[in-house]
Design a protein around this ligand. Structure first.
Ligand code: PRX
Length: 698
């Protein structure tokens, strides 16, 4: 049939290619699924882009991808210089383009891209686009929590607002290299603030406005900002959250620890709460609306080196306190813009919506920087995707004629559960590409997203990446490859993913193992703020010579990559990364908790959920009240999103004779796989396991 013929044409030309360029492992061998054997059959579970789509795509075929990929690996300096030249640089970078050492045995880990190049990312996002004639194009649409409330800013308007805030920050003494902490919800003021910092060379550190006062203060204490920027309150669904109160509490804490904050700029979010009931500290707190509009709408750019820091973003690791992931300017700029363009096949007529919050890396790279660098029109959505009902996303898609919709599997699964009618009642005709991020997307959710939301005509870009990587690492290019539901497919240009075994030996062909990356790419993070040693230990020491991602991955016979989740003690709840150590320390700080061990369990909607084993102090009885108060302790210390799904009372924890908690056993107990507990004879006290099982239903 026609479909088969198209398949043959689409793939015939890659038949002869046998190996990926040197160093990148074997080529995605499509031969098996191409000529002679089964074509686009159910058996192979391949989903092809339509001819119409491929023909208009930036990368229309596997062959084109391979050509570009090969060049990016064989000549990274040439490949990335050509792309970087399309940005504005006050001064060109050094001849070497990049330098790197990822091998701890050869000295300090060091990554630099475009060093010596002088630029400014805010200038490239705004001024450059205005000069190119996009001044009247909408840069940001804002859709409020409650339907009927919206706003928008053109590129010129956004530039003016950014300049006003930048002038204010300069007036407050913020200089190049100073940190600014931002604790804002998804108002236009959030990207405005990020861009204003970038304009004057200040380093922004956005803290997701769902984090608790303690988490916020921890971050403030670590990076010692000159200014903290927030708003009085926000509406999320039907609830009003008093953000300023949280900031007040955080600032009391930080002052106690020797980090007093002199300036707290507060945006009055009138739709949530009027200013008169906001608690206020005169001399420190300033209403945004009282000062910012008075500043000039022009502000000279602070030109910075490509390797000057752009932002800090704290993320959870498997041990200890959150890590301040540091990204620099030039490489991040080039990388986020390029990945956005290719993975979403961006065209100037697109209207793009990413549902992520700017408090996470996805909102940094693919709400603010990537889209604006491309001159795109992008939606900033304040609300909850199922408020006032589960059709809200498609209502927004129709309202703005969204063409590219990028979200997380957890949302897909939750909407899928609510039923198709919420989707099919809207047209969604404008959609042409869908995207997924944050955790593996299970094939059934993928198919629902593809068939129901995308009417079986929109390719899905399942983008695998991390806070640390700055931008997409393994992702479909939607016009190029046939897709396999649940696979992130192939590496982006310049990325050399490798799968290694426990000893760090690369495994070729069809295999499973630990996902590492060989060599650097422009968007890579450069260090952990104030702790380069932890940077090396966490990411570069586990497998010498490689960047270790913390993820497991398998590669199938056709070279497609399948991410299998974290292999360290990090839990991914609704795409939010949470360290078991952080939750454990929040639980243990409860006066009645003696010890805690936290594991992840599978969850139908959230992907993973937090399951906590808690040992109480001697003589303390189990009670429902205590269970709630333990959960509250985690909400207070980290944030509501980290609340354990389940507390399992534990008279003792399974430990080795050397005192190490055996989480493998706890995971099995938590998921009810009691016949797979494995060898428990090495435990210091094997009876513990029986006790835990007997308390499973308490
Ligand atoms: O486990 C992977 C998972 O999310 C982790 C990174 O989390 P974070 O730094 O918070 O960034 C999230 C947004 C980029 C990864 O180590 N992850 C992210 N995207 C995917 C994914 N797992 C599978 N498929 C993905 N597309």
């Amino acid at each position: 049939n026609n479909n088969d013929i198209r398949t043959i044409n689409h793939l015939r030309h890659v038949d002869s290619m046998a190996t990926m360029p040197s160093g990148a492992g074997k080529i995605p061998r499509l031969n098996a699924v191409i000529l002679g054997e089964a074509l686009a059959t159910e058996e192979n579970d391949l989903v092809f882009p339509t001819d119409e789509f491929s023909q208009q795509a930036h990368v229309p075929s596997p062959q084109k991808y391979l050509e570009m990929y090969k060049r990016s690996i064989e000549d990274p300096a040439g490949f990335w210089s050509e792309i970087a030249s399309q940005f504005y640089w006050k001064q060109k970078w050094d001849d070497s383009v990049y330098s790197e050492n990822l091998d701890v045995s050869k000295g300090r880990v060091n990554i630099e891209w475009f060093k010596g190049g002088i630029t400014n990312i805010c200038y490239n996002c705004l001024d450059k686009n205005v000069e190119a004639g996009l001044g009247d194009k909408i840069a940001l649409y804002w859709e409020g929590n409650d339907t009927g409330f919206d706003d928008s800013l053109t590129y010129s308007q956004l530039l003016h607002k950014v300049c006003q805030l930048a002038n204010y920050l300069k007036d407050m003494g913020v200089q190049k290299g100073d940190a600014v902490v931002i604790y804002l919800p998804m108002l236009l003021e959030l990207p405005i603030t990020m861009l204003a910092c970038a304009r004057i060379g200040a380093v922004h550190s956005v803290v997701f406005a769902g984090f608790s006062a303690e988490s916020l203060s921890q971050r403030i204490i670590d990076c010692k900002p000159k200014v903290v920027i927030t708003c009085n309150a926000v509406k999320r669904g039907p609830k009003i959250i008093h953000l300023k109160d949280i900031v007040d509490a955080a600032l009391v804490e930080s002052a106690k620890t020797g980090v007093p904050i002199d300036t707290c700029l507060v945006y009055e979010n009138q739709l949530a709460m009027k200013r008169d009931i906001t608690k206020w500290q005169d001399g420190r707190d300033i209403w945004w609306q009282d000062v910012i509009p008075k500043y000039p709408t022009e502000c000279a750019v602070e030109w910075v080196d490509a390797e000057d820091p752009l932002f800090l973003l704290y993320t959870s690791g498997s041990t200890g306190k959150p890590k301040g992931v540091l990204h620099t300017t030039g490489g991040y700029m080039v990388y986020t813009a390029t990945t956005f363009k290719y993975a979403f096949d961006y065209k100037p007529s697109d209207v793009y919506w990413c549902t992520a919050d700017c408090g996470w890396i996805t909102g940094h790279s693919y709400v603010t920087y990537g889209p604006l660098l491309n001159g795109a029109s992008c939606i900033v959505f304040e609300g909850a995707p199922n408020y006032p009902d589960s059709g809200r996303c498609w209502d927004i898609v129709d309202k703005y004629k969204v063409t590219i919709f990028y979200t997380a599997p957890t949302l897909v699964r939750s909407l899928m559960r609510d039923g198709d009618e919420y989707v099919t009642r809207y047209s969604r005709k404008s959609l042409r590409i869908l995207g997924s991020v944050g955790e593996p997307i299970n094939p059934s959710a993928w198919r629902w997203f593809y068939n129901v939301v995308g009417d079986s005509r929109c390719p899905i870009s399942d983008t695998w990446w991390q806070t640390e990587t700055g931008g997409f690492m393994i992702t479909p290019l939607p016009g190029a490859w046939p897709q396999k539901p649940g696979s992130a497919t192939f590496p982006f240009f310049g990325v050399k993913p490798v799968i290694v075994d426990e000893k760090g030996v690369e495994i070729e062909g069809e295999c499973s193992g630990y996902l590492c990356v060989k060599g650097s790419w422009p968007g890579a993070f450069r260090t952990l703020y104030g702790d380069h040693e932890r940077y090396e230990t966490t990411y570069f020491k586990p497998f010498t010579g490689y960047y270790f991602t913390g993820d497991g991955c398998s590669r199938d016979k056709d070279g497609y990559h399948w991410l299998t989740g974290r292999v360290d003690d990090v839990i991914n709840v609704s795409g939010h990364r949470i360290g078991t150590a952080e939750v454990e320390s929040a639980l243990v700080s409860h006066p009645k908790c003696a010890e805690a061990a936290v594991v992840g369990i599978e969850h139908e909607v959230k992907g993973q959920a937090i399951y906590a084993f808690v040992t109480l102090v001697e003589g303390e009885p189990y009670s429902e009240e205590l269970r709630k108060s333990l959960i509250l302790s985690v909400r207070k210390q980290i944030g509501a999103f980290a609340a354990p799904e389940r507390i399992h009372w534990a008279p003792g924890l399974p430990k080795t004779r050397s005192g190490k908690i055996m989480r493998r056993i706890l995971r099995k107990i938590a998921s009810g796989q009691l016949d797979e507990l494995g060898d428990t004879s090495t435990l210091a006290d094997p009876n513990v396991v029986e006790q835990l099982i007997s308390l499973s239903n308490c």
